[in-house]
Ligand binder design. Structure first.
Ligand code: PHB
Length: 391
């Protein structure tokens, strides 16, 4: 009898149906739904766009597939508004039924995303927001960060400023989780090094009316100022600090966001500023050079730290998917692969700590023209303490 003519039995049909709907078939066949929740409007809009650009660049370099699966994107503009975070993330989780969430920039919004990711068991990779809760009390097997914790660059700068011999500092930032945690990290290292914080100044996010606070800094006469601002607010702060005449009398330092992706707009007012960050211009490694060339060719733009973090979020997703053959439901295997991975980042290779935050070098950078030139490593292999993380 011709085997091709063998009558199809009910059990064969059942088997075929089971295979068609098995996770394996889904993993190998269906597109992987990636939910990008990022700010596309407001102070952090440029940061959101750079993260998406970086993410897409890596996917394109892999031929449009990660772990054997084609990628389909779903996008939500989170407006950096924590009050809308739960509604926004549920558009991706419940309406679009994404397999993985990528987001976001703002720490308050990221905290809302982490809660939803925990409640729904959705895989989350944070490509910027440094919120301590994400890799602290809310840490989980299926939550990862490709960027930094707010504590990390701030702690590095506290060490740098103390070593420079500054004895007193005033801090200034937006009043929300990222600003508060950045100031706390700075203060921890600066006081350990013998420094004293005279006053912690702040204003509500995303206000940029700095004048009264700049007047207060002038009156307090600290040895130096430490600041956390990013995006549009960083542009205005650096310009206002200089216009107030403070740049000449009280040196300004910051977490590197102060001058990253902002130098075209800041111009000469940023010249000479020292910051700490896990990325810098002029690293001149083959890996970074290749990335920068590909990014510039694709987008007609120079990459910044946000582009790198987006690129590495895609790399991390690729590593997890390769280990699970494209099946995001295999959370233990996904996490195990990332925990032992060395991620080949343009910033320099990094690993993940037990709390899934990058363990990485922090560069000391100085603004020279349109570049945040690396002038050395401020702290090597700095790991977030992961306070409150139990996994
Ligand atoms: C944050 O809210 O965690 C945040 C925002 C912008 C940055 C860095 C951190 O550049």
């Amino acid at each position: 009898m011709n085997p091709l003519r063998t009558p199809i039995t009910a059990s064969a049909l059942a088997l075929a149906a089971a295979l068609a709907f098995s996770p394996l078939a889904q993993a190998q066949g269906a597109k992987l739904k990636v939910g990008l929740m990022l700010p596309y409007t407001g102070t952090y809009a440029a940061l959101g766009n750079a993260i998406e650009n970086g993410f897409r660049l890596y996917v394109t370099e892999q031929g449009g597939k990660l772990g054997g699966r084609e990628i389909e994107f779903f996008k939500v503009d989170d407006e950096s508004d924590p009050a809308k975070a739960t509604d926004n993330v549920n558009k991706l989780i419940k309406r679009d039924q994404v397999d993985v969430l990528i987001g976001t920039v703002h720490s308050g919004v990221a905290a809302g995303m982490a809660k939803a990711a925990r409640d729904n068991g959705t895989l989350l990779i944070v490509p910027n927001a440094g919120a301590g809760v994400v890799t602290g009390p809310m840490c989980a097997n299926h939550i990862f960060r490709s960027s930094f914790s707010n504590w990390q660059p701030a702690y590095a700068m506290g060490e740098v400023m103390a070593k420079k011999g500054h004895k007193t500092a005033v801090t200034i930032t937006h009043k929300y989780a990222a600003g508060d945690e950045s100031v706390a990290g700075f203060k921890e290292a600066f006081t350990k090094g013998g420094g004293k914080v005279l006053k912690e100044l702040s204003l509500p996010f995303p206000n940029v009316e700095f004048q009264a606070l700049l007047t207060e800094i002038a009156a307090l006469k600290p040895d130096a100022v430490y600041t956390f601002f990013a995006g549009g607010a960083a542009v205005k702060f650096v310009k206002d600090y200089s216009a107030a005449g403070l740049k000449k009398s009280i040196p300004l330092y910051g977490a590197g966001f102060l001058t990253d992706g902002t130098l075209d707009a800041q111009g000469a007012d940023a010249d000479g500023l020292l910051t700490t960050l896990h990325y810098a211009d002029g690293l001149n490694t083959p890996r970074d050079n290749a990335f920068r060339l590909a990014y510039a060719k694709t987008y007609k733009l120079q990459p910044d730290v946000y582009a790198v973090q987006g690129y590495d979020a895609a790399q991390m997703l690729g590593i997890g998917l390769a280990a699970t053959k494209g099946d995001v439901s295999k959370k233990a295997d996904f996490a195990a692969a990332l925990r032992k991975a060395k991620i080949d980042s343009p910033r320099g290779a990094f690993t993940l700590g037990a709390n899934h935050d990058p363990v990485q070098d922090f560069y000391l950078r100085q603004v020279t023209g349109k570049e945040n030139k690396s002038i050395g490593v401020a702290v090597k292999g700095l790991a977030d303490p992961g306070r409150g993380c139990k996994m």
